[in-house]
Write a protein that binds this ligand. Structure first.
Ligand code: DC
Length: 233
């Protein structure tokens, strides 16, 4: 059961835009919970790979999802750790081919529906910062504040490439750029819950902004929202 009383701030946007970083900073500042919803799709992709289930075997995937016993915990740095059968798979689900598989299997509506509850369970007091593709449009449509971060594919490829190198995942910038273009096309055009800003989302183009500048803008939007709520009640 989701706790409707707990407030939610959603941060949606394409891959490599920095939503995870901003979500963690914000959750830390507010002392709220954080949900990296992409990690949930990645856990399914990882488990499917291990079980030898292809990304288009929907029945197989749905059965698999029912049996996945994953637990999540956030460390002091704000990283969401994922454990399956007590094993920490946090680094493994970050591998680029798992991201591609996650994007492919996330296209199927029954799979999205099967993962709704798991995502909504993260909504607990004092509040939740949720990052993903459809947090503001589908998973938490009643969120108190909806942010949509965007940036040029070039800027996102450079950021994502840097991030992967830091995690000792060796890939070329050219490959990261190609993956971003391919993933964007699939995430934005899928029939159900495509990547798009909610009608009431605040859209921030982060191409020319530093992480600090984006964070400051998001905090400002939250302060404004609270101010508005206080004065309208
Ligand atoms: O944010 P990420 O790269 O970890 O997400 C991996 C894939 O998971 C993404 O390409 C599409 C899917 N996804 C989704 O469909 N909905 C979400 N809310 C989050 C991720």
């Amino acid at each position: 059961m989701q706790n409707r009383a707990a407030p939610v701030i959603t941060i949606d946007g394409p891959g490599g835009v920095g939503k995870g970083t901003v979500a963690h900073l914000l959750a830390k500042k507010l002392n709220w919970h954080v949900l990296d919803s992409g990690a949930i799709y990645r856990v399914v992709a990882f488990a499917a790979e291990k079980a030898g289930i292809p990304v288009d075997d929907y029945d197989g995937l749905l059965k698999l999802i029912k049996g996945i016993k994953a637990t999540f915990s956030t460390d002091n740095e704000g990283t969401m750790h994922v454990f399956v059968n007590k094993g920490d798979i946090t680094a493994r689900i970050r591998e680029p081919h798992i991201g591609t598989a996650a994007s492919q299997l996330s296209v199927y509506p029954p799979i999205r529906t099967a993962l709704l509850d798991c995502q909504r369970q993260f909504r607990k007091p004092k509040g939740l910062v949720a990052d993903g593709r459809d947090m503001g449009t589908v998973v938490f449509p009643d969120a108190q504040l909806k942010i949509f971060l965007d940036a040029s594919p070039e800027a996102r490829a450079i950021r994502r490439h840097r991030q992967l190198l830091q995690q000792a995942i060796n890939v070329t910038l050219k490959d990261v750029f190609a993956q971003i273009i391919e993933r964007d096309a699939r995430d934005r055009t899928r029939a159900v819950a495509p990547l798009k800003p909610a009608e009431d989302a605040v859209i921030i183009d982060t191409t020319e902004l530093s992480v600090d500048e984006v964070f400051t803008e998001v905090v400002l939007q939250w302060d404004l929202r609270q101010h508005k709520d206080t004065h309208s009640s």
